[in-house]
Structure formats: C-alpha cells, structure tokens
Design a protein around this ligand. Sequence first.
Ligand code: MN
Length: 445
Amino acid sequence: MRYKFRALMLTFGEHLIFHSMQIKANDPSLKSWVDVPQNSDFPIQNLPFGIFRTEYMDAGAGVAIGNYVLDLTYLHENGFLSGLGLTQGVFNQKYLNDFIGLGKDVTRAVRNRISELLESGNKELRDRKAARELALIPMDEVEMLMPVQVPNYTDFYSSEEHARNVGSMFRDPENALMPNWKHLPVGYHGRASSIVVSGTPFHRPKGQTKANDAASPSYGPCRLLDFELEMAFITCKENGLGNSISTAEADDHIFGFVLFNDWSARDIQKWEYVPLGPFLAKNFASHISPWIVTMDALEPFRVKGPKQDPEVLSYLKYEGEKNFDISLQVGIAPEDSNETIVCNSSFKYMYWNVNQQLAHHSVNGCNIQVGDMYASGTISGPTPDSYGSMLELSWQGKNTIAMNDGSERKFIQDGDTVIMRGHAEKDGVRIGFGEVSAKVLSAKD
Ligand code: MN
C-alpha cells in the first residue's frame, strides 16, 4: 500500500499530496509504539516541530510525541533520516529557520519518515533499546525555547466579530467596520524582538496614558492590561523583493502555526494609536506556544470560511477550503489560585484566511522571509463567551468576569497567569498545540 502511494506521488507530483488523506503521516488509523495518553495533543498524526534543551544538552530540534520529545539531532546523526535532502547539522541549532527553509517537500518527507519510525509495527527504533532511550526524552526533562528566530512580525485584524465589537465600542455600532475592512485584510507591522516563548514571565508595561477627563497625559504602569487570543503562521519560503505570492502559492510558503497571545495595553493604545496605529501598547511582549503544528498536520481540519460579501478583488480570490476548524480556549489563573476559563472560540471564524493575508501582504512586492510570524488578530466568535480579549469580554470594563476563587476581573492583574490552548479534532484524531502561558509580574520601579 505504501509502495503504491509513493508511485502515485511520483506520477502526479506535488499537487496531489496537498490533499489531506494523501499525506501518509495524517492517516487516522496510525498508532505509535510510543505511549500516547488519551486526549494528548501530540498523537502520531501531529508531530509538531520545536526547539528544546535539557540540563545536559544544548538547544536542538525535536518533535513532540505523547509525553516525549524526539531528538532530531540524534536521529539525523545516526542515519535514521538519511536520503531526505537534509543538510548536515540542520537540527543541531538554536532555531528551526534553516530546516523549514529547506522547503515543504523536504519538511513533509521528514515528517512522513518520523511517522514511519514511530509507527507501531516499525522496529528500526522501537527494538533498539539504546537508540530509543537516547532519541526519546521525557517532556518534563526539557525546556522549550523559541522555535524560530523571527525576522519580521505582522499582526492582522481578520476576525469580523472582533472588528465589529471594537468598532461598536469605540465608534458606532451602525458603522462598526471601517470602509476598507471587507476589501482587504487590515494589518500592521509589529515588533519581532519581543516575541517570546510560553512560560516567559514579563512585567506590566509602563507608559503614557490620558484619561478622558484629564487635561494632560500622565506616566505610570498600564492599568488596562489585556490579552489577545490569536494564532500565527510561520513562513518557510521567500518570494524576493518585488515579487508577489498568489493565494494559490501561499500554501507552499506557510510551514505551520502556533498559538499567539498578543498582549495589549489598552490605555496606552487609546492615547497613542492615532494616526499611525499601535506602537508601545503592543510591543512589550507577545507569547507563542513552543510547538509549530505543521500546515500538513492540519490538512484534515480545513473548512470553508465565512462568505465574503462584497466580492473581493481578483488577487484576493482563492479556491478550496482555507479556514481551519481549531477550537481555542483562554483561562486566567490568579496568583496562588486555580484557573477559570473565560473564552471558548475557534480559528474557523476568521473572515480573511491565511492565503489571502499572505497574498495581500506581498501584493506590493514586500519580501516575505523564512521564520516570519503573521498573527491573525484577535479571534472572537459570535457569542459573548467566545470573545478573544478582556476588552470585549468586559465590554470596555462595563462588566466584570467572575473567577473561581471569588475575585473578579475587568482586565488582567499582577500575578495572573493567562493560558491559551488550541486543538482540532476529527475521526478520533486530536491535533493539539499544547499551550501558551505567561504570568504578569508587577511593573518595574
Ligand atoms: Mn493583535
């Protein structure tokens, strides 16, 4: 069967294997000889890539399987990944940029080969005790690091529900969307240097704010600290300055996705953002989940996006299903207390899909780089419990959100940990992202 499939690939080329069932690592019937607990985010059908280190090992690339990290440096150096077009030392690095930059033919072949090695009937690694023990490291013994070095970061604003909520609050419910909103995926250039990995604590930002009734601005700690529930895609192929990427070509340029918490200081934002958009309200920290779930692994979870009306311009037209049905969740854990879930949303709600975002971003010839991060914008759903920020959940501080410990929130307090999770589920397969979690420390003196 496997032989037959390879022959098909050779005959018909690359286009066929974009179809989910034709990526053999996605087969729902696959089982691994590695123990994968029920409801794990990391079954054999996922195989997300990340960068880890341990007490004894320098940073290097790994793949998550159950509660283990598979050491790709070890596998590569010991011949388990030969013949796949990998360069020497490509995994023995602090970042995945060089690996993902090899292109999706190579990264897909590597994921398929890892699937083969971990499949229950395969003896190559399973029956070699010493190799197996060196290759598989328990997750609780590793520290996850930034998976890529991020050259550029862009934040879109692609959830209609979020844009309507914010537009209603700050302008007028009748004219909540700006005139451009349904004609182009609105975005802005963010700050790449302050994107950090899950678990990195950060201090409440300080800055300039101005109360509505104040004559002049004041300086001090942000009082309206907020999260934004987002997902981000990471690019793996350059277009070169002056060249555009079409919506059809975009799939080839997108390696995978992470969860993204785009922290926002609402009071700083309100005073600073006119006329050039977000600046210091957004660039003090953004957190990502450490495992990059490949676009390949998400193929079975494609769904149609919302109908786009009015019709979009030709360069934004696309074919096929470009949204992904990924359940998203946000929890707040106050200091020394348990977590309260405050939001359940889904990536499927996005009005503009990632192919359109990338096509729009490059239509003017802007050069996309390997490792760039493109965040979706806050992902809000249609119901109040699916709003992806405290700004919307508390409706600008008019409502309070009850915590399990009896306290209340309008925005995020010092000592709070905000946790975001995401997973897609179908045919008994759960493809998860793990989580992105970060604790807010008090402002520095
Ligand atoms: Mn944002």
